[in-house]
Design a protein around this ligand. Structure first.
Ligand SMILES: [Fe+2]
Length: 377
């Protein structure tokens, strides 16, 4: 029974409730060997600069393109991040760590979404370990300590969700099960596995926590993660693009048809290999559009992007609200009759305007705005 005494042998375990929205929303209960309050030292952590976000000076309202391939591996998974854009709801950026760090990290400011674009990562968390491969999304609940382990530097994009980030409510039936028309089922996900190496050992650990953009390094003389087990509804999870089912239609479907995750103030969509629109007069590529309340960030993960000028694998296009966008010159006509797409891309649409960061300047492609001129096809 919960909230009663549990033992490992004759040792009384410490019940630790990890709760959301006060005590009203999903929670998990862990049974720890050591109280989670046993820090022996806390000190400022100055190794990470991405907590304070600096917006660019006034920028032109225009379509933009950032090349993530220009971002060199740097630091480790805590320090090695480059924010590209942000608003009050989220921060979006790159995480290209170069080396390992023994410390764990907990983001107490935000739920986090990672998309692993390149490499493999063994991630250790408070709730167990997960193995990530290219094309995986990872969702981490706020305040959950974790650590990345890898043998060669991986490349990820990250999103800090200030309010919440989860599976969309309309994918879930009233009994809490994923509906049949959701783009994935329970079995599509990777969940944390028991991590004996972390959860059964006795050794000091340290956790770097971020709160209100400031980092604190906290040391424990015991293993914070040593436990007998846990249960509940709050934990990190992952899903690969290959395990998400795309939708297709008689004519072009709007992006919401490709919804994957819902955040407070934004949505995440996955564009996947699929049979294209099947009406004999369909124009399979996107219609020109002004989604007048949304800024759009699109990460090109894999496939043939040759119809999009200057775009390459790892490109990030930024199309702000207030300026129309759609297919590049030539692509609209050339798409008629196409039966299949093999592209994989990840889109984040925000409902409040984004600010671009100073760090984004070095990644920008100066030729992208003019690539939309009709005469360039
Ligand atoms: Fe769009």
């Amino acid at each position: 029974m919960h909230h009663t005494a549990h033992y490992a042998g004759d040792r009384l375990l410490n019940e630790y409730c990890f709760t959301r929205e006060g005590f009203e929303e999903p929670f998990s209960i862990l049974y720890l060997y050591h109280p989670p309050t046993g820090e022996v030292e806390s000190m400022p952590y100055t190794g990470a600069a991405w907590g304070s976000l600096e917006k660019r000076d006034a920028t032109l309202l225009q379509r933009r393109h950032f090349r993530s391939s220009k971002e060199q591996p740097q630091g480790h998974f805590i320090s090695g991040r480059t924010p590209i854009a942000f608003n009050d709801d989220l921060t979006y950026g790159l995480c290209h760590p170069a080396e390992l760090d023994s410390a764990f990290f907990a983001n107490n400011d935000a739920d986090e979404l990672f998309f692993l674009a390149q490499g493999e990562i063994d991630i250790q968390t408070l709730f167990g370990k997960l193995k990530l491969v290219s094309g995986d999304y990872l969702i981490l609940p706020r305040s959950c300590p974790y650590r990345f382990n890898f043998s060669s530097p991986p490349k990820l994009i990250y999103v800090e969700a200030k309010q919440h980030l989860s599976i969309p409510d309309n994918f879930i039936n009233v009994r809490g099960q994923l509906k049949m028309d959701a783009p994935y089922s329970e079995r599509s996900f990777k969940c944390p596995e028991w991590d004996a190496e972390l959860m059964e050992r006795d050794e000091p650990v340290s956790i770097v926590r971020k709160r209100q953009g400031t980092f604190t390094h906290t040391c424990y003389s015991n293993n914070y993660f040593k436990m007998s087990g846990w249960d509940g509804y709050v934990y990190p999870y992952a899903i690969n693009l290959n395990n998400i089912q795309p939708k297709t239609g008689r004519v072009h479907l709007p992006p919401v048809s490709h919804l994957t995750f819902a955040g407070g103030g934004f949505a995440v969509m996955s564009f996947l290999p699929r049979v294209l629109d099947f009406d004999e007069h369909a124009v399979p590529c996107p219609f020109y559009h002004s989604s007048v309340d949304c800024d759009e960030l699109l990460f090109y993960h894999s496939g043939d992007f040759t119809s999009r000028k200057t775009i390459e694998r790892g490109s990030i296009s930024y199309h702000p609200s207030g300026i129309p966008h759609g297919p590049h010159p030539g692509a609209y006509k050339n798409s008629i009759g196409l039966k299949q797409t093999n592209e994989q891309a990840v889109m984040v649409d925000t409902f409040a305007p984004l600010f671009l960061t100073r760090q984004s300047e070095g990644l920008e492609d100066p030729d992208y705005p003019t690539s939309w001129q009709e005469g360039t096809s």
